[in-house]
Write a protein that binds this ligand. Structure first.
Ligand code: PEP
Length: 260
């Protein structure tokens, strides 16, 4: 890498809605509303929703030509094969996704996904031309024991694929999601979020050098319209991963437009 090169500019902020296992084709009405709201005024961020994969094709008909982008919630490391129930990154791309969440704590817990598996999924996303959103975060016990930074450093080291080090232009996002903040209404203080995001960014810079400037570090865990302004305008926060509050277009749009 050329160390004298001018550091790349930080990309625009990113607000991602994780719909989890919610929604049917009837939810198209919410997507239409969101597209209409995003069309009224240019937001100061990129906006993505990650619905269940079966809804990507119908939603793709609605978001075409709009400011709303689509993503998947998980992908298999391989392109295809005998893996019943799984979806590859290439399939998500084919269905209209531009992004994919990998390593969400719900998957790490329910399916025993390891950091190594998460790295393979992120690698698959890059291979397919998708932007990976790699989730890391400490549990309540780890937080209370004062191990937050150790846990995050380890997850970061192991959950990022080697392809990132080799691919100079690969864009990716780290989502810092304290497990204890997801769906609970509890959130770290803005000062804590700022400090942790700063540490994550320093770790990325150590590993990737100037290339780290192309990455984002977004926050996830109980973000709502009422607290979004205080979190999303922090200097070290490049956006948010939003669960529950992303299902209703007006709530999600209020979060998107809280960015100054
Ligand atoms: C999530 O599951 O990624 C999440 C952030 O959920 P919530 O916003 O509902 O806490």
């Amino acid at each position: 890498m050329n160390e004298t090169a001018i550091p790349a500019r930080r990309p625009p902020k990113l607000v991602v809605g994780n719909w989890k296992m919610f929604g049917t084709r009837r939810s198209s009405a919410e997507v239409r509303t969101l597209v209409r709201l995003l069309g009224l005024k240019r937001p100061h961020c990129e906006v993505v929703i990650c619905p269940p994969a079966v809804l990507l094709p119908p939603f793709r008909q609605i978001n075409r030509g709009s400011r709303l982008k689509l993503g998947g919630q998980d992908c298999h490391p391989l392109t295809q094969g005998a893996h019943t129930g799984d979806i590859s990154a290439e399939m998500l791309k084919d269905a209209g996704a531009g992004y994919v969440i990998v390593g969400h704590s719900e998957r790490r817990e329910a399916y025993r996904e390891t950091d190594q598996m998460v790295a393979q999924k992120a690698q698959a996303a890059l291979r397919a031309g998708l932007h990976p959103i790699v989730c890391i975060g400490e549990t309540a016990e780890q937080n209370e024991a004062g191990h937050t930074l150790d846990v995050l450093t380890r997850q970061l080291e192991r959950s990022l694929p080697d392809l990132l080090d080799a691919t100079e232009h690969a864009a990716f996002t780290i989502a810092y999601e304290p497990v204890w903040a997801i769906g609970t209404g509890r959130i770290p203080s803005p000062a804590q979020i700022e400090e942790i995001h700063g540490e994550i960014r320093r770790a990325l810079q150590k590993r990737l050098g100037l290339q780290a400037a192309k990455s984002r570090v977004i926050y996830g865990g109980s973000v709502k319209a009422s607290n979004a302004r205080a979190i999303l305008n922090l200097a070290e926060v490049d956006g948010a991963l939003v669960g529950g509050a992303s299902l209703k277009a007006t709530d999600f749009a209020a979060i998107v437009y809280s960015i100054n």
